[in-house]
Design a protein. Sequence first.
Length: 371
Amino acid sequence: MKKSVKEKIIDSAIELFSKQWYETVSVAEICRNAGLSNGVFYNYFKNKQELFEFLLENLLDIFKKEFYNFNGNTTKEKLVSFFEIVFEAASKYKPLVTIFREGQYRFPKYEKKLRDIYIDILGKILEKDINEVDYIYIIGSLRFLAIMSSYGWVNLDKDVFYNLIFKGIFEGEIEHDIFNKISIEECVEEELNTKQLLINAGIELFGQKGFHKVKIFEITNHVNLAVGTFYIYFSSKEEFLREIVKQISHKTRLFISKNIPNNLNRLEKEIIGIYLFLHFFSKNRNYYEIIRESEFVVNNEVKNYYKAFLDGYLENIENVKYNNNNEMIAMFLMGISHYTGIEYLFENTIKDKNNFLLSLSNYLKNGINMI
C-alpha cells in the first residue's frame, strides 16, 4: 500500500530521532530522508517540536491500547499478563521507545502521562491506591529491564524477574533508625589542573544549557583559557563529554562505597546505597542531567556507566533468596534506583525520602506477596 506524504514524514522522523539526538535532527534532514521537499513538511506540522511530540503521543496511544489488554483470573495472573505485554512492547516499538526516553527528559509532561497509565493499570490489577513504593518496585524494575533487554544490555530471564517481583530479594531485617547512623563524607575534589578546570566548566555549562547548546569557546571562556587549550586535552566535544561521564560514574560509585557502613546486612546496604545515591545527585543535579542527555550523544560511554554500576552490584550480591542469575538481580535493583532518582530529583513525587526507603525495604524483603 502506497504511503501518504504524512506517513513518509513520520516514518523518516522515527528513523532519525531514534538514532540521533533531537537537537541534531533538522526538518530539512527529515524531508531529505523521506524523499520530499522541505516545504511539504509544513502542510502537516508547524515545526520539528510538534512532530516530535506527535511521536510521543503516538507511543502513549499505542501503550493505552495494548497495556490494558492484560488478562487472568487471579491478581498474579493479571500482573504476569501485563508484564508480558510491557516486555513485548519494549522490543516491538523499540525506535519509538528510544525516542520516548529522550522525550521524557526533554518534555517531562509525557513521562507523567506514561506514569499515570502505569499507575492506573496497577491500581486496577491490585485493586488499591498505588503509592510511590508500589510504583517504583513494580514498574521501575519492569521498565528498566524491558528497555535494557530490548537494547541487548541484559539477557532477560522472566522467571527470575517474577521471583524477584513476587517473593522479594534479600534476607534480613532493617533497623528503623538506620539513617541516623550515617555520617556522610563528601567527595574530595580533583586537583584543579588545566584539564580538570575544563571538565568542571563543561559539567557546569552542560548541566545548565545541555550539550548541544554549549560551544567549545564558551567552555574555555568560562575558565579564561584559549580555545586551542581545549584541543590539547580533547580531540572533540564528544570525547570531552565521554570524559565527563567517566568522572561522574567514578565519583558516584566512590561516594556511595566510602559512605556505606561496614556493619550492615545486605538489605540495609541496599537501602543506604539508594539513600546515598539520592543524596549525591541532590547535591549534583547537573550530573544526572548530563548522564540522561549523554545516552543520546555518547551512547557507548553511558553503556559503560551502567556496566560499572552493574559490576559493582555483582561484586556485592550476597544473602539473596535466588542467586541463579546475579546479573538479573543487579539490573532489577539498578532499575529501582534509576526510577527512584527520576521521581525524587525531577518529578518531586517522593516527599519523605526516609519513609519511602523503609517501605521499599519491605518490598525488597517480601516482594508483592506482602500486599
